[in-house]
Design a protein around this ligand. Structure first.
Ligand code: PLP
Length: 900
């Protein structure tokens, strides 16, 4: 029978056990092994049944067991210790409160309990959060990264407030049909059974946000709070009675539905999210955020809502835009066009029109923010990443390579600038070690270097804290690797059996599963979402060769594969099926396994048990990638195309680089062939031989040395703690500083300045450039266009500034090596000084010296950039004046003068 109504009966714990609820509601248990062990000891069998979920465990324990525990002095002592530990963790001073800022990032004002200059609070918006398997609100890397960001911020004491949506069905659960086709399930998540608390007004009514929709409809949402250590995470939930049936569905699932659905989700996340933050700060007495960080473009509307707030306070749109930009950080996560949200302009216009949201704001201005105003841009589309860049003074990619790729990708928004000057920096992602490092690895670390130091090493980072790992004996490392591999084998067999049952097999058919995987065989892992650029099936390119590797008589390999395809991605599902069918083949099924339903719970078992973590994306489409980092922290070696983080930190000691045909003029098919070939060859000739090269005690010395080097040298780099510290120092603190500087008067001044710039710029020009006698060892420059190293050229420049004055701009000489087509590379820019001249009417004169400090082909040019103390940099407004063809003629020289 189906119940007509459902409600949750909350357990009433005996008084002495009440603190268990408190421990269960703070998700710190998910990365604190001692608290998890405490829950487990409440009822080991119930813990397993509850899927290691404390809230479910407590709902399920018998009254007798509770009574027993309530008088168990040893248990109560452990409980008190755990509660005290959490209290200290939440209220103590941590890195953020102690450490100093790098020069220049400080400022007036500042955090109430932090170092002066640091933001009092930062709001961090993301469409998904992967905190723990028991709160399944993520689809993949983006969400897990957001979860790791929150946890690392908590460990460091960074006053972050997370903001997201609560999806009633999360993403989806994956299983397989008999013939290997992906099946999707959408279990209902009842927030009352999740580690969430509803945010309430002082009178007990639920706090809500409401958005106006076209046609007089309204979208209401409740605000759920998850506590992630010290960091609150606010999740908006549209499944409330006040909503009509359509509006209730807005937060139904992650990345589902058509574009109107997505737009509503993103409006709720961005606009509703800011309103939720305001409600939270009011109700919790929390300082208001000085910085808003949007993790990918989906939450970009948050900037519009903050403009609306300021506009309601009397600030004009342009000034409000400047104030909002100063305190906004935008992180872009993908160079794949399909990963960027683009909406129909009309759809956006309808939702921000007169009867929609933000009625005080001109919809034309809104549309302008998302316009693809560059060559090749689609005039009919509204691009969330483009809006993100226009609404944030600071933007970044997520690895050094991805920063470069993003600068090229968005260079059209800064016409006239070389890609390397596009103001998009990068902060390489990291992973939260306490979440991803297996308890066995932590225990070995604690034995060797002490528990306190291990925790510090994992959360704060710093390579000196990791050095002690170098002293761990080979035998201990190898023993650990073996243990982890064995555990994985057990886990894989269990999951595989469950999957085959699900696919309709009876137990009698499944005896072979007992022989799946071998704890002594080189184990390779490959798990990730299945967009085409990640090439799930590259390993199948030459099936005979792969089979030979799997079945090699002396040096076999075994492979564990997992991955979900997006429900609407038929191509991705075909790839999954191809892989599953191969894995079903009785000849290889003991050596290659596909596990359905990749998620955090599986990932936490999978990374530690693999000897090698494989990644073969189409370079450079993997913005960063983080699974390889998690594997490395457990002592796995990486085998990967040099993309994302691996491009940056690859060293022969940490694993192997699969040669890529990126950049070579080949078609995709040929490229796959080349790269698959390289992969097989590496496995056959380098990876397997090293793994099986044993000394008399059975230890592969060179392999273990690589594991050790991976832990000591790579380990400290890949930490989320390192990443969050970089965000604080390089982005949050400067953004808070800029935000404070933009008082309403300053914001008006900056807006007026930019308006003046835009109006005047068409008449700004470099009119004349001449080089005079050098002050170098000789006369410096000879008539044949050559110069001597060490010489200095005197530059004289005449420019027209139209309605601007020399205070509004900087005139620079930009010089460096030139390539075959006269492009300056590795350019350095040096400002020229205004020179008072007799003929001011003819333009402004500038002077300066150009040092010939490099041999070889060398060139320079002169340019004019906006300059204002409130700009983050000269490229910010996207305006530049360069010499034209006629400048050179007037000067009797080529426009950018080349000296060879
Ligand atoms: C880390 C992680 C990812 C992201 O891995 P990539 O290497 O970035 O593809 C995806 N899903 C889960 C469950 C993860 O733990």
């Amino acid at each position: 029978m189906k119940a007509i109504r459902r409600f949750t009966v909350r357990p009433v714990l005996p008084e002495p056990l009440r603190p268990l609820c408190h421990l269960a509601r703070n998700l710190r248990w998910s990365w604190h092994p001692e608290t998890r062990e405490l829950f487990q000891s409440v009822d080991p069998e119930g813990w397993r049944r509850a899927g290691a979920d404390p809230v479910r465990l407590l709902a399920d324990v018998s009254a007798e067991r509770l009574a027993e525990l309530a008088s168990d002095r040893r248990f109560l002592r452990r409980l008190t210790a755990a509660v005290d530990d959490l209290h200290d963790y939440v209220h103590g001073r941590r890195w953020y409160q102690e450490a100093l800022l790098p020069d220049g990032a400080g400022g007036a004002g500042g955090a109430e309990d932090g170092t002066p200059g640091r933001p009092a609070a930062i709001a961090y918006f993301s469409p998904e959060f992967g905190i723990t398997a028991v709160l399944p609100q993520y689809s993949g890397g983006l969400g897990i990264l957001a979860g790791d960001h929150l946890k690392a911020a908590s460990d460091l004491g960074v006053p972050l407030i997370g903001v997201g949506l609560l999806y009633r069905h999360g993403y989806f659960r994956q299983s397989l049909s008999r013939d290997g086709w992906q099946q999707e399930h959408y279990p209902v998540l009842d927030p009352n059974e999740l580690p969430l608390t509803m945010l309430r007004e002082p009178d007990g009514t639920p706090a809500q946000v409401v958005l106006a929709l076209p046609g007089g409809r309204r979208l209401y949402a409740a605000i759920w709070q998850a506590q992630v250590g010290r960091v609150p995470l606010l999740l908006l939930d549209s499944d409330v009675e006040e909503n009509g049936p359509g509006e209730r569905e807005v937060t139904d699932r992650l990345y589902g539905g058509g574009s109107e659905h997505r737009l509503l989700q993103e409006m709720l996340l961005g606009i509703g999210g800011v309103r939720a933050v305001r409600a939270y700060c009011r109700l919790a007495g929390h300082p208001a955020p000085e910085v808003f960080h949007t993790n990918e473009g989906h939450a970009g509307f948050l900037g519009l809502e903050r403009i609306r707030e300021l506009a309601d306070g009397g600030l004009e749109f342009d000034a409000a835009l400047e104030a909002v930009r100063a305190g906004t950080v935008f992180t872009t996560h993908t160079p794949v066009a399909a990963g960027i949200d683009r909406f129909d302009r009309e759809l956006v216009a309808r939702h921000f029109g007169d009867d929609g949201e933000l009625p005080g704001i001109d919809p034309g201005r809104v549309l302008e923010l998302g316009r693809e105003s560059y060559p090749g841009g689609e005039p009919g589309l509204f691009n969330m990443a483009v809006m993100g860049l226009r609404l944030a003074q600071r933007a970044n990619g997520v690895s050094t390579l991805h920063g470069r790729v993003s600068r090229e990708m968005f260079a059209g928004l800064w016409p006239g600038f070389d890609a390397d000057e596009v103001p998009i920096s990068s902060v390489t992602n990291g992973v939260h070690a306490p979440t991803w490092v297996a308890p066995e690895v932590l225990r070995l670390g604690a034995r060797q270097v002490g528990a306190g130091r291990t925790e510090e090493a994992l959360t704060v980072g710093g390579s000196q804290r990791w050095a002690a790992v170098a002293n761990i004996p080979d035998a201990a490392i190898w023993e650990l690797r073996r243990t982890l591999r064995e555990q994985l084998v057990t886990e894989v067999r269990e999951r595989l059996r469950a999957s085959w049952r699900q696919r309709g097999a009876g137990s009698a058919e499944l005896g072979w599963i007992e022989r799946v995987l071998d704890p002594g065989v080189l184990t390779i892992g490959f798990a990730r979402r299945v967009p085409s650029y990640k090439r799930l099936t590259l390993m199948l390119r030459d099936r005979d060769r792969l089979t030979e590797l799997l079945l090699h008589p002396e040096r076999p390999v075994q492979i564990v594969v997992a991955g979900k395809a997006h429900p609407a991605d038929e191509g991705g599902k075909r790839l999954v099926q191809e892989l599953v069918r191969f894995a079903d083949d009785p000849r290889v099924r003991h050596r290659l396994v596909f596990l359905p339903d990749y998620g955090m719970a599986m990932a936490q078992k999978l990374y530690p048990g693999c000897d090698v973590w494989l990644n073969n994306p189409l370079r450079p489409l993997e913005a960063c990638g983080t699974s390889g980092m998690k594997a490395a922290l457990n002592g796995a070696l990486n085998l990967s195309v040099r993309d994302g983080w691996w491009d940056e930190w690859y060293e022969p000691d940490f694993g192997w680089s699969i040669p890529t045909a990126d950049g070579a003029a080949t078609d995709d098919d040929r490229r796959d062939d080349l790269e698959a070939n390289a992969l097989y060859t590496l496995l056959e000739q380098q990876v397997a031989p090293r793994f099986y090269d044993r000394d008399d005690t059975g230890i592969p010395g060179r392999w273990v040395e690589m594991v050790r080097r991976t832990l000591t040298t790579l380990g400290p780099k890949v930490l989320a703690g390192r990443m969050v510290r970089e965000y604080v120092d390089r982005l949050y603190a400067p953004a808070a500083y800029a935000h404070r500087a933009l008082t309403p008067e300053a914001a008006r001044e900056l807006a007026a300045y930019k308006a003046r710039l835009r109006a005047a710029w068409p008449r700004v020009s470099v009119d004349h450039v001449e080089t005079g006698g050098g002050a170098g060892p000789s006369d410096g420059r000879q008539s044949d266009g050559s110069g001597e190293l060490g010489a200095t050229l005197a530059l004289r420049v005449r420019v027209t500034l139209g309605d601007l004055t020399p205070d509004d701009v900087e005139v620079q000489v930009v010089s460096g090596r030139v390539d075959g087509s006269d492009r300056i590379i590795d350019a350095t820019a040096v400002p020229l000084k205004p020179a008072a001249g007799p003929d001011l009417a003819a333009g402004h004169r500038y002077e300066g010296a150009l040092a010939l400090d490099r041999t070889g082909s060398f060139g320079y040019t002169v340019r004019i950039l906006p300059a204002h103390r409130l700009l983050a940099g000269g490229a910010e407004p996207g305006l530049v004046a360069l010499p034209t063809e006629t400048t050179g003629e007037a000067a009797g020289e080529a426009p950018g003068v080349l000296l060879r």
